[in-house]
Design a protein around this ligand. Structure first.
Ligand code: T1G
Length: 702
């Protein structure tokens, strides 16, 4: 981390560096104000250029400092920008690369800005639940105009500097060395004798600002129901029509409120959690991933087809193997249909559809997999079938090829043992539809080699998946937890709730879809098959019977036109079913349960804490490496509301002591045995700690 100053023809060039994103933490802020003061005190210096070290200008303020004393410790970002703006000698910012948040706000405090045409610039603060809090909402409208500024700030989107070349944001946009250009421009402006402009002295011009803001406010309010930041952004940008210092007060107030909002803390947790999930504590950057240039997929069904599309979309050729021509043709036709649907929406050109289809090589012969660097099987969930497939793979796979199973519940170690190369085997659990869902559970077998894991994590980034590492257990992280969630949902029906009430409560909490609508969409028979296996493998595990009765009635869900709900052909709208209600009530009577009114709060607590409690067990067992990994699984694979940032973060916000107390209350009710608290939850609650303060015990080396 450093701030260095060189000089060229009387121009000081201050370079600040704080890898990996030149975050403007306290040390950088201190170094920059000191360097600025030194340049102003140096008689040999007539002007000052500030630029970022490396390929990025700055990713903005150091988010890791937020809600800690360092964030506001002087010189804070306001102090730095004020020092730039008040500098007796003119300042030009040389935007050498990505410039976001406080980085762009710093540049707006300078007299001049020169940018590399490809540099991405933006104010993404809204994406972490805050707003540009260092003058961005007041200065950006003054240089790019009210509408462009509002769109950039409310969306948080960044744009290449070249797109804003004709605005007053930049005094020059260049393809070449941006520091050279900045030094030259500053020398010209100094020679011209000034005065040197300040952004704050400009006025925001708009034909009918009031009407535009009112219109924008309506649209933003409709689109940001659970997020307070976007509307606060509108308020702050609207204030840029007022005198500068008045507008700054509005910005400051909005920033302070948002910084302490639960939504922003959740969004920041998700931001860092997604990045932390990509790390494996015992596998460092010294472990070199294997090259993945060709992929083989076995099984051209829904999962195999979707999996293949991920790689083809990333430009990686795929050999798609099936056992029968008809299945292969059907699989290819489905893939083509998906691409053509994207083309119809304008997301792909016809040429791109053909390019992608050309990357697919269909085959009925395993020998076609001989050149594949990664082979993924997506065949029927049955050990005998998996064994047969892996034995055939092993016969043709080249040395060093990675062999992956897409199983969603079977034991990856048992599957690895079907081969003589268990070190090359791991689980890659894609979620259906595999070409759409971001989540990828990377299941690490007991013998999976470290470079195989490193390869999987790097490959996940290439195919734009959010990878989370799971240890081997039944259901890995997501499905093992969702089973407890579903059990509670079923028990609630036995006690007095109906599917529509449970779904409504969970959707009001923020889930994209309640458990019963989800079951009807995914197919209730999937859970039924798993329960039938469980009844044999784990006879002690008690399940609500209504799910089985539903399937015995042929009510598998949308695919059979009826499930927990009734459906009109061609319409996915769920309609409460009298037949299902009668079955549920009869089931309560059979169990001798007097049905009772159940509050939405109890529904939400029992379903979410069921996830939390199982998540605590996953942490204890080392199946999940960190609590935030579990949250990322639920945010990217199960529709958990992002403004609550996952079942573990949510429990932390409620307070583990309170979660435990609620669970102890439910333990005195129907099926109370389900509420045996995970020892880790009891331990952390007793110590007044949170899940996100817990560091999992190191795993045994492979
Ligand atoms: N603060 C702290 N750490 C950050 C950071 C930031 N602003 N941005 C990234 N990191 C970390 C990240 O956690 C990861 O850490 C590493 O850097 C690489 O990130 C007053 C208040 C800049 C486009 O919201 O969009 O300014 O995992 O994997 O893909 O108005 O990071 O290696 O330990 O994402 O090359 C506003 C957020 C801040 C930008 C680079 N700025 N960052 O993408 O790398 S608030 C943002 C990004 C602010 C002012 C307000 C991206 C990136 P680790 P990465 P990347």
């Amino acid at each position: 981390m450093a701030v260095t100053t060189t000089s060229r023809d009387g121009i000081a060039v201050i370079t600040f560096e704080n890898p990996p994103v030149n975050g403007m933490g306290l040390a950088i802020r201190r170094g920059m104000t000191d360097a600025l003061a030194a340049a102003n005190a140096d008689d040999a210096i007539s002007g000052i250029v500030i630029t970022g070290g490396g390929t990025i200008f700055s990713g903005g303020a150091d988010i890791k400092e937020f809600n800690t004393p360092r964030a506001e410790q002087a010189p804070n970002l306001h102090d730095v920008i004020a020092a730039v703006e008040a500098s007796p000698k003119p300042v030009c910012i040389a935007i050498n690369g990505t410039t976001l948040g406080g980085g762009l706000e710093l540049s707006l405090g300078a007299n001049y800005r020169v940018a590399n045409a490809k540099a991405e610039v933006g104010l993404p603060e809204v994406k972490i639940g805050i707003l540009p809090g260092a003058g961005g909402t007041q200065r950006l409208p003054r240089v790019v105009g009210l509408e462009t500024a509002l769109n950039m700030i409310v969306s948080g989107a960044s744009v290449p500097a070249g797109k804003l070349a004709r605005t007053a944001l930049f005094d020059a946009v260049v393809e070449g060395d941006v520091v050279d250009a900045a030094v030259a421009l500053l020398k010209d402006r100094i020679a011209a004798g000034g005065p040197h402009p300040r952004v704050r002295d400009r006025k925001v011009e708009h034909d009918d600002a009031e009407a535009f803001i009112a219109w924008a406010r309506m649209g933003v309010a409709a689109a940001s129901k659970h997020f307070p930041a976007p509307l606060r952004c509108v308020d702050a940008v609207a204030a840029s029509l007022k005198p500068f210092d008045v507008g700054m007060t509005v910005e400051r107030e909005g920033f302070t409120v948002l910084l302490n909002s639960p939504e922003s803390k959740a969004l920041r947790h998700a931001f860092f959690g997604e990045r932390a999930a990509g790390k494996i504590d015992d596998i460092g950057a010294d472990v070199v991933p294997r090259a993945i240039d060709r992929v083989g997929v076995i099984g051209a069904g829904t999962m195999g087809g979707g999996i293949s599309m991920n790689f083809v979309n990333a430009g990686i050729p795929v050999v798609l193997v099936e056992t029968a021509q008809e299945a292969l043709d059907r699989g290819l036709a489905t893939i083509r249909r998906n691409y053509e649907a994207s083309a119809k929406k304008g997301k792909l050109t016809e040429a791109q559809v053909e390019q992608r289809m050309a990357l697919l090589t269909p085959s009925l012969d395993y020998a076609a997999l001989g050149e594949a660097d990664l082979i993924i099987e997506a065949v029927y969930e049955d050990y005998a079938v998996k064994q047969s497939v892996f034995e055939k793979i092993e016969a043709v796979a080249k040395p060093g090829a990675i062999l992956a199973t897409n199983t969603s519940t079977l034991d990856v170690d048992r599957i690895a043992a079907f081969t003589k190369r268990p070190q090359d085997v791991l689980g890659l659990h894609f979620f259906s539809p595999a070409n759409v869902m971001r989540l990828l559970e990377v299941v690490r077998g007991a013998q999976t080699a470290k470079d195989v894991m490193a390869t999987a994590m790097a490959m996940a980034k290439r195919i734009r998946k959010t990878a989370v590492v799971s240890g081997v257990c039944d259901g890995f992280i997501g499905n093992r937890m969702i089973e407890q969630y579903s059990r509670q949902a079923g028990f609630l029906l036995e006690e007095g709730a109906l599917p529509q009430q449970v779904d409504r409560a969970m959707e009001a909490f923020g889930f994209a879809m309640g458990p019963f609508r989800m079951g009807d969409l995914a197919g209730n028979d999937i859970g039924w098959a798993i329960r039938k296996r469980r009844y044999v493998e784990q006879p002690g595990m008690v399940y609500p019977k209504n799910g089985d009765l539903l399937c015995e009635m042929g009510r598998y869900g949308q695919k059979t036109g009826k499930g927990w709900y009734d459906y009109v052909p061609g319409d996915r709208t769920p309609h409460p079913s009298a037949e299902v209600e009668a079955m549920i009530i009869a089931q309560s009577q059979e169990l001798g349960i007097t049905r009772r009114a159940i509050s939405d709060q109890e529904i939400v607590e029992r379903l979410v804490y069921a996830l939390t409690n199982e998540g605590a067990r996953l942490l204890e067992e080392g199946i999940a490496a960190r609590a935030s990994d579990i949250d990322i699984v639920y945010l990217s694979g199960y529709g958990f509301p992002v403004w609550r940032a996952g079942p573990m973060f949510h429990a932390d916000q409620v307070g583990l002591y309170n979660v435990l107390a609620a669970m102890r209350g439910y333990a005195r009710g129907h099926r109370g045995e389900c509420w045996e608290p995970a020892p880790l939850l009891v331990e952390l609650a007793g110590a007044g700690l949170s899940f996100n303060q817990y560091t999992a015990r190191p795993r045994a080396a492979a």
